[in-house]
Design a protein around this ligand. Sequence first.
Ligand code: CP3
Length: 361
Amino acid sequence: MHIFPTPRADSVTDLPAWHPWRVNLADSAFLRACRRQPVPHTPVWYMRQAGRSLPEYMKAREGVPMLTACETPDMVVEITLQPVRRYGVDAAIFFSDIVVPLKAIGVDLDIKPGVGPVVADPIRDARGIDALRPLEPGDVPYVTEAVRALVGELGGTPLIGFAGAPFTLGSYLIEGGPSKNHDRTKAMMYGEPALWHALMERLTDIVLEHLRVQVAAGASAVQLFDSWVGAVAPDDYREFILPHTRRIFEGVEGVPRIHFGVGTGELLGLLGEAGADVVGVDWRVPLDEAARRVGPGKALQGNLDPAVLLAPWEVVERKAREVLRRGREAEGHVFNLGHGVLPSTDPDQLKRLTDLVHEAH
Ligand code: CP3
């Protein structure tokens, strides 16, 4: 039996010619689009492609709390593969959650169904920040194990590792749970900037290590989810957030880096400036306009409104073709939704959409 070394996307050319990875992975449409190289078809994957919209996911998760599932490699592997099998998407996203590394360093939190992450002891002062110790690879052995197993199972389909960005994680930690306006978060940002930057520093170290663990285990790309950063004005993003996200992108080398947030129309240029190779765009800004805002040297990912999938197929088709048409204005385009798949989405619509993107010219 051959034991194949686990390659990183950029190291496949160092592998022997007979190695199966050498042929497939680096040439995948997804990685090529991220690098702004010509592609045989527009690659497509979906945020939250694994999740409550899939009956097989509901079955696998029966009676198992979300965070327990994330810490169980067999479940992570199975759930990550489910949408790849069903849709034939061009990339898998590691099944986990942005709060997993925080729980791994001892933060008392849970994911409440229908609510999201809830933190028992919200961070409001220096004492709370000091408790955020650095993450070590040994804190997340189940992540390493599951990524390695997935890379073996996926063959030429790239695996995307991910983490939450410091602002979005900070918001959960400060507010204690999901928040509409991020009031307390901004209160710390504006009112106690030294404390704020100390918190962002700690979170940056944790996020960086968490991404490195996934890349070291074989993830071919990473996505940084700054889902709620659209709440911040551009000048404030530059002052309070960009230095930290920049350090994350500078610290992850050798794989394409995707940067995503919701409601970031006014921030798109800055999200690119922070150092990502690919900027994720929600449905509010058309991709041709997003390409202008982001500027040269970046690929784009997006941006069909996930709610469109709840409409009849004819509407989905028209809107998807429009996304593809405008996406041609970008130097590289990875088709995706503008945010995660809604739980009420009919999986058959996603299957048809995947086929449409693959067959479109
Ligand atoms: O995209 C994928 O398929 C990979 C899996 C993934 C999950 N969470 C699984 C999950 C990813 C990439 C995330 C990231 C995440 N988690 C983000 C950033 C992405 C985004 O949506 O903006 C955020 C903000 C969170 C925090 C979080 N965790 C929320 C808001 C929720 C939903 C709460 C709910 O029940 O509506 C979760 C839980 C969660 N994470 C679920 C899944 C599949 C639902 C758990 C369940 O099945 O009950």
